[in-house]
Design a protein around this ligand. Structure first.
Ligand code: DC
Length: 224
């Protein structure tokens, strides 16, 4: 099986680019952030205090999370219910970020991520895929862009959705999240030693997809 690990900070375009890459290659796209979001949603629903790591850990037994692929699109099932839309709610993003720093939550999701990659050709994106989840992935990419460019893209996306946001607030949020993700004790965001650094600050979406496709095609050729 070919495993492609794509890590990087929030807003670098990982999910959009990974999805396109997987579709081109005929691989399964695994969005691991969605798993952390599903755990966060579960904890919100059962009313656990997210700031109490022990309470969150004690509730993991009730979390039944599965990924299902319908026409190549990932759907997240939480206790049998399709929660693919609910996990995108803003309050779930914050909760996901908090639960993702709890070691028991990371351990809980580890096997699921590993087993999907063991049985399938995957493009898996996240924060610790190349470093922790799939250290033996044949291809690793660390996808990034400047904080300013990521803030600009995020503002454009939110404005297009009719939300009124200030560039300065979005930039501050991105800088804060980068810091939190890179400085947490467990599985912090960092480039794996053998990952290719790709900076998309000066590339648009099409150019970014092309850049990754070129790199990956070359590497798959070398692995064959
Ligand atoms: O990629 P995302 O924004 O959907 O991820 C939601 C949260 O989950 C994010 O705040 C960081 C965390 N996460 C993680 O810690 N490790 C991963 N492999 C993927 C996401």
């Amino acid at each position: 099986m070919i495993n492609i690990a794509i890590d990087g900070p929030a807003g670098a375009g990982k999910s959009t680019i990974s999805k396109r890459l997987a579709a081109q290659l005929g691989y399964i796209y695994v969005d691991t952030g969605a798993l952390y979001r599903a755990v966060g949603l579960y904890m919100l629903r059962v009313g656990v205090d997210i700031d109490r790591a022990d309470d969150v850990s004690a509730r993991l037994d009730g979390v039944d999370v599965k990924l299902q692929y319908i026409d190549g699109t990932q759907h997240v099932l939480l206790c049998g219910e399709d929660v693919s839309d609910d996990i995108r709610l803003p309050e779930v993003s914050m909760t996901a970020s908090k639960v993702s720093a709890i070691p028991a939550v990371r351990a809980f999701l580890f096997d699921l991520q590993r087993s999907i990659a063991k049985d399938n050709n995957v493009v898996m994106d996240g924060r610790d895929i190349g470093t922790v989840v799939l250290p033996d992935a044949q291809i690793k990419i660390f996808l990034t862009a400047s904080a300013e460019e990521r803030a600009r893209r995020r503002c454009k996306e939110l404005t297009e959705k009719g939300q009124n946001v200030s560039y300065d607030d979005v930039l501050r949020d991105i800088i804060d999240r980068d810091y939190a993700d890179s400085h947490r004790e467990i599985a912090p965001l960092k480039q794996a030693a053998d990952a290719e650094l790709i900076d998309t600050s000066n590339l648009d979406l099409e150019q970014s997809v092309e850049c990754l496709l070129n790199f990956v095609s070359k590497r798959i050729g070398e692995n064959e």
